[in-house]
Design a protein around this ligand. Sequence first.
Ligand code: ATP
Ligand code: MG
Length: 459
Amino acid sequence: MPAGNARWSFEEAFRLNKEIPIAPVHDPHIIPRAEHGISRRNISKPALRVLYGLHEAGFRSLLVGGAVRDLLLGRQPKDFDVATDATPEQVRKLFRNCRLIGRRFRLAHVMFGREIIEVATFRGTGEAGDGDRHLVDGRIVRDNIWGTIEEDARRRDFRVNALYYDIADFSVRDDVGGMQDLHDRVLRLIGDPETRYREDPVRMLRAARLSAKLGFAIDPQASAPFAELAPLLADAAPARLFDESLKLFMAGHALESFRSLRQHGLLAPLFPATARALEAGDAVLLDMIEQGMANTDARIAEDKPVTPAFLLAVLLWGDVRELAKALIADGLPPSLAWQRASHRTVTEQARHVAIPRRFSQMMEEIWILQSRFAHRTRKRVFRLLTHPRFRAAYDFLLLRQGEGEDVRELAAWWTSAQEHSESDLSQSLETVARPQGDAPATRRRRRGGRGRSRRKKAE
Ligand code: ATP
Ligand code: MG
């Protein structure tokens, strides 16, 4: 997990929630080693090294969060987070390959090649522990107050995310009823849902995402405030929303995430233009988005490369197309109209979800190439076929086939163009480009004697 993502999660993870009682809601339930399915074989070596390193130095040392949840469900965790009573400085002294990150929410990252184990000190309420907390306008801008494991559990979002695996005796610790929820396959928030979403609106997106990823229901009490509170997401940092969008759409469950967002009215704060088009009943766009999401999920399942630029381009297609149409109707030349429309669409979207330059550039290219598929003169066809974005743009064209016969014909033509040899294609294009007996003989031949008998043209 990139450091940026980790920092966002934890900044919000430990916002103070005064509504949550300090005394345990349930007695902590300790599930001994023999009664749960977590095996050290499924925990990564780096995570085990950190867990044992802390334990041997006399600190509390537990795996926590999504990793414990996923292991209990028999799934392979994406990353491993560790919770401890050691301070970040103490953690740093123990591991050579360690750096401290985040000033506002200090954490230790222990690095093992590409794998990073995130080690967080238990956060507390500040009533007893020492530390450093700073508030501005009621929002916590710094929270480095250390606490107990009981307090730490209550700072987390969902009950299934507040389970700990203790390396001291291999037991699972459940302070808030997470085991029950795993059994019921439901996401329940810890504490009062409205309060918890006001502290951190991104928790609403986490609910939609985790329910899609795990196939869990969202507890009706946890989804009830969505309608009223979804607009709060407008105030979330666009960079954080981009990280969250990656987790929603690039983790192998894009289609389910998308459906969950729509179902819960959470698409509009992220992608307002898309939500508007879908609300207006654009069934072709909906189909295209769902197909794009399904294709991305399939590629991830097969370990094929994927880029967020493609899905973002699909999501915003309705918007850019309408804008380009309007600009062309205003008299702008089509190529300029597409450039302007593409640029405006990404700029407008980036006010909500930040889009790094390398992706926005690719989105614009994919869109602009759509307008070039219709030009089938030889020069343009070969230029397009060798364009670095051709493949993505062609895949995009295939998704657009629901738009009508014209697009289906174009897609079929470009499919067959790739199946033909360069020389066959070149010759057939000459026929297309010069149907009225223009003098093709003056054209320069390609090297390697590829020019074939002109007889073929007549076929
Ligand atoms: P994933 O499978 O996507 O990694 P996760 O639950 O592990 O899901 P992370 O972002 O890795 O998600 O966060 C790790 C843990 O930190 C969570 O399980 C949860 O306990 C806590 N956490 C993360 N984000 C928040 C938040 N916004 N509010 C409260 N707790 C959070
Ligand atoms: Mg995680």
